[in-house]
Ligand binder design. Sequence first.
Ligand code: NAP
Length: 233
Amino acid sequence: MTEKNYVIVGGSHGIGFGLVQRLSEAGHSATVLSRTNEKLAGLKGVNHVTVDVTTDEISTDWLPDSIDGLAYCPGSINLRSFRGLKPEVFREDFELNVVGAVKCLQAALSGLKAAPSSSVLMFSTVAVRQGMTMHASVATAKGAIEGLTRSLAAELAPKVRVNCIAPALTNTPLAERFFANEEKAASMGQMYPLKRTGTTDDIASIGAFLLSDQATWITGQVIGVDGGLSAVG
Ligand SMILES: NC(=O)c1ccc[n+]([C@@H]2O[C@H](COP(=O)([O-])OP(=O)(O)OC[C@H]3O[C@@H](n4cnc5c(N)ncnc54)[C@H](OP(=O)(O)O)[C@@H]3O)[C@@H](O)[C@H]2O)c1
């Protein structure tokens, strides 16, 4: 196996950490950009850069010269009625979910183009395809991510593939308030055609596949990994 260089923005916990674990176990190297790094100690081939994507500029000096894949994982779940969502919340969600991704991708672009074949992975939410009450702000920001995915897939082909995963509720630090009560979490799982909510592994396994050479004929896709919620009534 050839060792590859990945950049995982938001690889310190949640789905991004699941990706970093998989890449490290497979013998690849990963540069992780995030604000914290407690869980990364002991993982082979992992280098951490402390950065807040909403306030810091992203330096190309932190990134490998040749990048085989980049995942952008930071995201938000601000669930409020539309009436209670101040324009400021829309701006903050857009800054973290979209502008942060744009900054990281622009910093990584020459590295992605320098690799023989490379891949970008971004994250949307099931709430873009499936209208859901209280989701206006996050769905607006993630809708932009789906547009960015398809635009960049067109603009960067054939050298760089660009795909997106749209998860439904997944047990990560971001969603911990929904899993605090086990009974409630189990009953939420019953709303899904596949009768459970998601795990980090459910999402990270598909993410690792999309970043890998097994997916070299897939680009411009938004893939629902959502227990069937967006497709099955
Ligand atoms: N979990 C769900 O139910 C769910 C559902 C639909 C969509 N999604 C989407 O899936 C993606 C991954 O979600 P997740 O649940 O794994 O999220 P998570 O548990 O909050 O992890 C997010 C990662 O991004 C980093 N991060 C957050 N804000 C950052 C900032 N300002 N600067 C730099 N790094 C930052 C975090 O690290 P630090 O805290 O160390 O900075 C962490 O490593 C997100 O885009 C999310 O919107 C998740």
